[in-house]
Design a protein around this ligand. Sequence first.
Ligand code: SF4
Length: 375
Amino acid sequence: MSVPISQAWTVASYVLTQKLKGRKQYPLVLMLEPLYRCNLACAGCGKIQYPAHVLKRELSPEECFNAVDECGAPMVSIPGGEPLMHSQIDKIVDGLVARKRYIYLCTNALLLKEKLHLFKPSKYLTFSVHLDGQKEHHDFSVCREGGYELAVEGIKAALARGFRVTTNTTLFDGADPNSVRAFFDEMMELGVEGMMLSPGYNYDKAPDQKHFLGRARTRRLFRAMLSNRKPAWRFNQSMLFLEFLMGKRDFRCTPWGMPTYSVFGWQKPCYLLQDGYADTFDELMATTEWANYGTESGNPQCANCMVHSGYEASGVDYTFSSLKGLLATAKATLFTKNEDDEALLLLNEPVTPVHAYNPLVQIEAHPEKLEETRA
Ligand code: SF4
């Protein structure tokens, strides 16, 4: 695990405090979406298909600070959209750093190099760069030739200036586990602090509906990738969540663990679904029918979901729920190899990468059109 001790301590003491207070449902990471517009149009994304008047909207810094204060989570993830396109992203980050929140600014890094001067290195700020695998696979996944090189340039520039940098990788059906393992090597050589992984979610708004993973295929893919691990690989996320993805343990979804606040308000019930909105965080917690969500609920929207925004908080909560949880986490952190001969055989199975039978869809960059959507 690669999370700095100060961050691990902040999270551990926060979760233990919630436990001592007897709070069963508590937020761990606020998913703060300050805008939906983006300079990419990825085939698996369900966030950018909004009409122009929605794409023009931005949360103000004050709205962001109010949401962070209301929610109280020690970590804030800023996805979008592309947060570096927000006109006041520097003010938002400054305000969150002043509040001592650990921020993961999730970016495709196309603008990272040119916007770095807006930020100051801090232990509270991490650029979490979206890279879906090696060059060919990433460019296909984000529908943009050259996207990988630009992101790597951004990572190098950020590391050179002393920023914390991680990667976040979303995996879909057709991902080649050998290629992903080679990608882990590349990222470690680049010098990123750690990597984050998640399977994709089957957004009904996403342009590509054919390549979402079911639960059995997700477990198979992650078992192949994450067994027989190299010692150099570092992951910046719950080790128990990775075990969940590999099929080594089961968790129930905790959608309140990563609540989402966007230009529409507090989103019910989670980052992925939109079953209405609440005006305040308390209203979200009190009025969402939580029992209607999670795989066990029988809700078809949740049937195949194993996404980090539903299950990573479950892993963290399990860690601090009992001595068994603490020991399981210590074991998963100290003994990372996960030797598994059958998983080695999975690596020998033939894979047809999606880009081998689908052409790359190049999304034309029209700066003047992007300009139109700026608020
Ligand atoms: S299972 Fe997935 S889609 Fe359903 S509530 Fe949990 S995170 Fe959301």
